[in-house]
Write a protein that binds this ligand. Sequence first.
Ligand code: NDP
Length: 413
Amino acid sequence: MKRILIIGAGGVATVAAHKVAKNTDVFGEIMIASRTKSKCDDIVRAIGRPDIKTARVDADNVEELVALMSEFKPDMVMNLALPYQDLTIMEACLRTGCNYLDTANYEPKDEAHFEYSWQWAYRERFEKAGLCAILGCGFDPGVTSIFTAYAAKHHFKEIHYLDIVDCNAGNHHKAFATNFNPEINIREITQKGLYYENGKYIETEPMEIHQPLTYPNIGPRESYLLHHEEIESLVINYPTIKRARFWMTFGQQYLTYLDVIQNIGMSRIDEVEYEAPLADSMVNGQCSMVKVKIVPLQFLKAVLPNPQELGRNYDGETSIGCRIRGIGNDGKEHTYYVYNNCSHQAAYEETGMQGVSYTTGVPACIGARMFALGLWNKPGVHNVEEFDPDPFMDELNKQGLPWHEIHDGDLEL
Ligand code: NDP
């Protein structure tokens, strides 16, 4: 029985905690720790297992993490806070002899830029310590990389073309909202596009390349080429790949709002200063002014709908999968489409969260389960496609994210 420490108390952590609490055959003691302890307590109440411990921790602070982990002694930390905390939590894992799992690669706060190099730099230290770090175990990255590994293991001698397609055909009935942390989400989608072709990365303007793609049970949706982190490790781990791209759907209204947000400067991630009247400073009809600093995107997060509260009125479903073309085991060219559709309402009924949190939190729990069973446990820092995909694919079917396959269909790409 493994002791699990979940860090973070947002939408993804809530779903993962519900699922970890259900996997009583492999997980023993559980603790949820985050910046705001009351949010951890709310999750425990919603699950209805008062034996789950909670704590307050600032995961930007290695010393605080080390103190908490030395006391609770987890076998694995599930990092479901923000990508900014990846390195501090990995550092604390090394200091306390704990294994690690996350769903998003490290990003520095002052630069909207994500790549694996910062976390891959920890490989040798994790190897030497005999500890395992599992990177990117959400849906994308996560299940999309495992889908690719499964295709490579069972259906293809060589994968040549990989297109990861992510459609959210849900409707939360808000004018504008993001489905996960608004700050992280807006940083991601306002970046330049990037894809891999013939050994090189090709950069595009944000949202420059788009085309309609047809999603199962949903129909055609305009899909936009984005830079996404799993491409970086997949083209290294599957060197026969000639081209790898990532597509995500956006509605016209969403894009219009996003354009406005960018054009008025609200997506800025640098500090801006403004003057505000100092409270209770009025003397003779004049008040003193004080200079206040804010990061516009962080301020925007505070006024946008909270992604955790979208679930109740969310209808429709997500559809995320991999469209692959390559040389099959029979030596002939084949296509393969493997995908999952997830209903926002079904996710909400089970966990109180919408489908995007659900599709991320469930794979995180399955990854921890793979570790707990000893099926995914090797010293070092590993992307999920470096492990055996088969037991993970079985669990997806059992834990709420069933997948489907189409062989030799039209990939549209
Ligand atoms: P939320 O913003 O809802 O939750 C983040 C949580 O982390 C909050 O509870 C927050 O605390 C906590 N937190 C932030 N900073 C700290 C800190 N310094 N110390 C301790 N706790 C902290 O985000 P989501 O749940 O939507 O997303 C969680 C992660 O999942 C993100 O990294 C995101 O990128 C990733 N993700 C991955 C996907 C995938 O498919 N791979 C898809 C979607 C998301 P507080 O409540 O006090 O603010």
